[in-house]
Design a protein around this ligand. Structure first.
Ligand code: DGJ
Length: 722
């Protein structure tokens, strides 16, 4: 059992394979955090300390102020002046003070009402801690779900109003971790559209440092993933704590270093874009946040997170080979029609593609980005015999079919908006702002979600669609709903996401054989909340291979390659560039966005060969462990490899950047290689001892800027036999 309660110490201990997390119930009421780190049974005892200006209860002495000790969940206004995890009240003050009541340990986990959550398996256990706050009349349940196999612990909370007055929750941060140190760096990922997930590493300083979104989507601007690590931590050495949030809307990650140099981490919904009213008898359930710990560097944290996502977050189809798609967007933009796409399908099939994806432009009056969103029925000028007949013709070519949708949006120039202007988010008396000529539907209004379900059901009905690309191309401004009273408008951001998740759930159950690729103008919702629905995510609208090398390397810090959709686009008939783009794209799940009708036979032959080669090692990328060797922001090249769990296959990639010096030799140490094995590089036939790969493979840089090299090693023999 991964969770224990030690009665005489009033101590909870949570073990994963390599980590331990512990806290004590102290003074009969508070939860005192004592340990998170390398697996151990030597848990330190809590200590008292008298600190000036730290308030305390009259029944306890001055050494027992909640402002001093590391806590599991801190409450606004109740004596802990650091940033708090929970602010709620029935009386408008926001002050709450929950007291420990009881615990329960059980196998499995608790489902989160209408929210995505990590999947439990037979090894998953949960600790439920119940606390009570008599004044607000609320019961608080803190959950710790232990995914022991992957060294991850998740936290979520439920507030039950068991009193006699309505209460309002003003801030909710389900994950709180207090560390007794601040000699740490913070790693976060910032960016913008077409320039997602830039790596940032800065030393912690006194005060609050945060990343957040108040955009209604996790967004391109900050990813919800953050990590803290020793100042000198490297990929292979040092202590590292990683955090993430299983949610796709506005969020807040706070890291505070207090007056005594202690660090508090809070991950959750924050308060700026969140409040929630709870009537008597109602329950609020928060999204889930996760943490992992590595005592052996950033690389191990990454592999923990990757395994967690693969084993507990991604839907089952993601573990099967992903189709190699030909997407129409960068080839055609809005200029699509039945005849053209059937010709695409024929050529795509001959070239070896698995699927044709029809992107934007197939519906309503959608000839550019100014009209049509919301009108989810085929444009009969482009598809004269209708969608069902068109898809039948595509399938007759022997290829799978995918289609683009952007369900949450509406163009003012659309039938839907003309019929239901009140279905867009807006604030009475204020002009709703447009972005890409579109407004956002009020997904917090159940009638809107019901309408979309009915509309998509009628449009897609029993058409055998294999894949939906679900896009979202603007953020939420003037967030107001026409169906909620004034005192509940603060709930719209959260209810919006629950509406979106309800629609995802419907798609998943209505089209059980289809997979969903999520997208938000590229990587604007690259988060753990999307991943249980979408089997992969469109990583960025930027398909320039230099930019992609950076973006993919940073995304890989927190998310496995199976989630990362990577397309080859636009090589302008330049074969060298095609090769380079391909070798960059095989960092993740390969696809193409090219006009196959304009292509020379030579390029098509090359693409066929690329697809065949990719399929020979796709499983290593999709399921393998990831090892970074040279991060591209630091070096003039990027190098990394994937290794299967038994290390019998290794796929090494070296990507050169513009400033690479020809002739330079790099020593790439593949430490996951088996020392007892002989490997053959399947692409060249050359043989290497595992020991040699572990000490370092010598690779010469080719120079000139757009070169990349792939090595695919497979165990071909065992050393002592030769
Ligand atoms: C943004 C996406 O990221 C693109 O791939 C494409 O689907 C366009 N939207 C279509 O409007």
């Amino acid at each position: 059992m991964s969770i224990r309660f030690i009665k005489n110490k009033q101590r909870f201990i949570l073990h994963t394979k390599h980590t331990t997390y512990a806290f004590d119930v102290v003074f009969g009421r508070y939860l005192y955090h004592t340990y998170y780190g390398k697996r151990t049974n030597a848990i330190p005892d809590p200590i008292d300390r008298i600190v000036s200006f730290a308030p305390y209860l009259s029944t306890l002495d001055a050494g027992k102020s909640p402002d001093f000790f590391p806590q599991e969940c801190s409450f606004y206004g109740a004596g802990d002046f650091r940033p708090n995890a929970l602010r709620l009240s029935a009386d408008g003050t926001g002050v709450c003070d929950f007291v420990y009541h009881s615990y329960r340990i059980f196998k499995g986990r608790v489902a989160l009402d209408g929210l995505p959550a990590a999947r439990a398996d037979e090894h998953t256990h949960t600790l439920e801690i119940t606390l009570l706050d008599e004044v607000s009349g609320c019961r608080l349940k803190l959950y710790y779900t232990v995914f022991a196999d992957v060294d991850v612990i998740s936290r979520y909370m439920m507030v039950e109003n068991v009193g006699e007055r309505p209460v309002t929750i003003h801030k909710c941060m389900p994950l709180m971790l207090d560390l007794d140190r601040s000699d740490l760096d913070m790693i976060s990922l910032y960016g913008s559209h077409c320039c997602e997930v830039n790596f940032q590493r800065t030393p912690l300083h006194h005060g609050l440092q945060s990343v957040y979104s108040n955009r209604g989507a996790s967004s391109h601007h900050y990813n919800p993933f953050v990590a803290l690590c020793d100042h000198n931590a490297t990929d292979e050495r040092g202590e590292v704590y990683g955090f993430n949030f299983v949610y796709s809307g506005s969020f807040l990650d706070e890291v505070d270093v207090d007056q005594f140099g202690r660090t508090r981490v809070l991950i959750g919904l924050g308060s700026e874009c969140f409040s929630y009213s709870l009537n008597e008898g109602e329950v609020f359930c928060s999204p889930e946040a996760i943490m992992t710990y590595s005592s052996s560097g950033i690389g191990k944290m990454t592999r923990n997170l990757h395994r967690f996502v693969r084993n507990h977050i991604l839907p089952a189809p993601s573990l099967d080979p992903h189709p190699v798609v030909l997407n129409t967007w960068e080839a055609c933009f809005f200029d699509i029609n039945e005849d053209k796409l059937i010709r695409f399908a024929k050529e795509a099939k001959k070239t070896g593609f698995d699927m044709l994806v029809m992107d934007d432009g197939w519906f309503g009056a959608r000839n550019n980005d100014q009209a049509g969103l919301g009108d989810w029925y085929e444009n009969r000028n482009k598809f004269p015999d209708g969608l069902a007949s068109f898809v039948k013709k595509i399938k007759a070519e022997g290829i799978q079919f995918g289609i683009w949708v952007e369900p949450e949006m509406v163009n003012p120039d659309s039938e839907l908006y003309r019929a239901h202007p009140d279905w867009a988010l807006r604030v009475e008396g204020r002009e709703p702002l447009r972005s890409r000529h579109q407004l956002v539907l009020d997904m917090s209004n159940p009638a809107v979600v019901d309408y979309l379900i009915d509309r998509f059901d009628r449009t897609f009905g029993d058409i055998p669609i294999d894949y939906f690309k679900w896009d979202m191309n603007r953020h939420l401004s003037h967030v107001g709903s026409s169906v909620l009273p004034a005192d509940q408008q603060g709930e719209v951001f959260f209810r919006y996401m629950k509406g979106v998740y309800r629609l995802f759930d419907w798609f998943a159950s209505r089209f059980p054989n289809a997979v969903i690729e999520t997208c938000s103008g590229g990587g604007g919702r690259y988060d753990l909340g999307m991943m249980p629905y979408g089997f992969q995510i469109w990583t960025s609208d930027n398909t320039n291979p230099y930019a992609r090398t950076m973006i993919q390397a940073s995304a890989m810090l927190a998310y496995p390659a199976a989630t990362m959709s990577c397309h080859v686009s636009n090589p302008h008939g330049n074969l060298r560039s095609l090769d380079y783009r391909y070798k960059v794209a095989v960092g993740g799940m390969l696809g193409y966005e090219l006009n196959i009708l304009d292509m020379s036979d030579e390029i098509k032959r090359d693409i066929s060969a690329q697809i065949a080669q990719y399929k020979s090692f796709e499983h290593v990328i999709r399921l393998g462990d990831y090892y970074n060797l040279a991060f591209p922001t630091k070096y003039s090249y990027s190098a990394y490899y994937y290794a299967t769990a038994d290390a019998s296959e290794l796929l090494l990639t070296l990507i050169e950047k513009a400033d690479c010096q020809k002739g330079t030799t790099k020593l790439l140490k593949l430490k996951a290689a088996r020392a007892d094995a002989v490997y053959t590089d399947v692409l060249t036939g050359k043989t290497y001892r595992g020991e040699e790969l572990r000490h370092g493979l010598r690779v010469d840089l080719l120079g000139d800027g757009d070169r990349a090299q792939l090595f695919y090693f497979r165990v071909s023999d065992i050393c002592n036999k030769i």
